[in-house]
Design a binder for this molecule. Structure first.
Ligand code: AMP
Length: 192
């Protein structure tokens, strides 16, 4: 049973690594960004609401995001654990997640942070923009998303560091190389 988070700046490869961890540990990966994008694509009311924030590189309001995560964590497939990718991103979301977990008498085992230098991330994301045409991958929006990460999500990381469940992994390198580091870090954290 593993309940874990993966946190990292935009472009750090957290989605890719989350899919691999999910496969290897047999836990469901839940990406709030993916859920929002699926809703945008399906033009659901949630998608229409989220799109304006996503296109500007802003966070979708906590009230919307928290409810979505609560509903998702209420589904049956998370009974054997989960890997949350992209949530929590604000300290208010940390508090909310604490409340959801407390109701089920659950706790997080590991919080994994992928680290990377800002300029490397901008370079990577501009490359991804050409391939995927994601509407939030242009330079001004990318820099704004990075600023939000530093301003808000680093405080989230600090909270988990204080609790002693944070493990950091260098996200620069080949995808397989980073996966090896990630799997080793998870093993070490679980053994601790
Ligand atoms: P991601 O794919 O994780 O980079 O997320 C893409 C976008 O979805 C973000 O830039 C936000 O607009 C929105 N989003 C994803 N997760 C969250 C979250 N936990 N809180 C607020 N907004 C989020």
């Amino acid at each position: 049973m593993t309940r874990m988070l993966i946190i990292g700046p935009p472009g750090s490869g957290k989605g890719t690594q989350a899919d691999r961890i999910s496969e290897r540990l047999g836990v469901v990966a839940i990406s709030t960004g993916d859920i929002f994008r699926a809703n945008v694509k399906g033009e659901t009311p949630l998608g229409v609401e989220a799109k304006k924030y996503m296109d500007a590189g802003d966070f979708v309001p906590d009230s919307v995001t928290n409810k979505m995560v609560r509903d998702r964590l209420g589904e049956d497939d998370v009974e054997n654990g989960f890997l949350l990718d992209g949530y929590p991103r604000t300290t208010a979301q940390v508090d909310y997640l604490d409340e959801i977990l407390a109701i089920g008498e659950q706790k997080l085992d590991v919080v994994l942070q992928l680290t990377a230098d800002d300029e490397e991330l901008v370079h990577r994301l501009l490359g991804r923009a050409k391939e995927t045409g994601r509407s939030d991958d242009n330079e001004a929006v990318i820099r704004h998303r990075l600023d939000l990460y530093h301003e808000q999500t680093e405080a989230v990381v600090a909270k988990y560091a204080e609790r002693g469940i944070l493990t950091q992994v260098d996200g620069i390198g080949g995808i397989d190389e980073v996966t090896d580091r990630v799997m080793q870090a998870i093993k070490a954290a679980q053994a601790a």
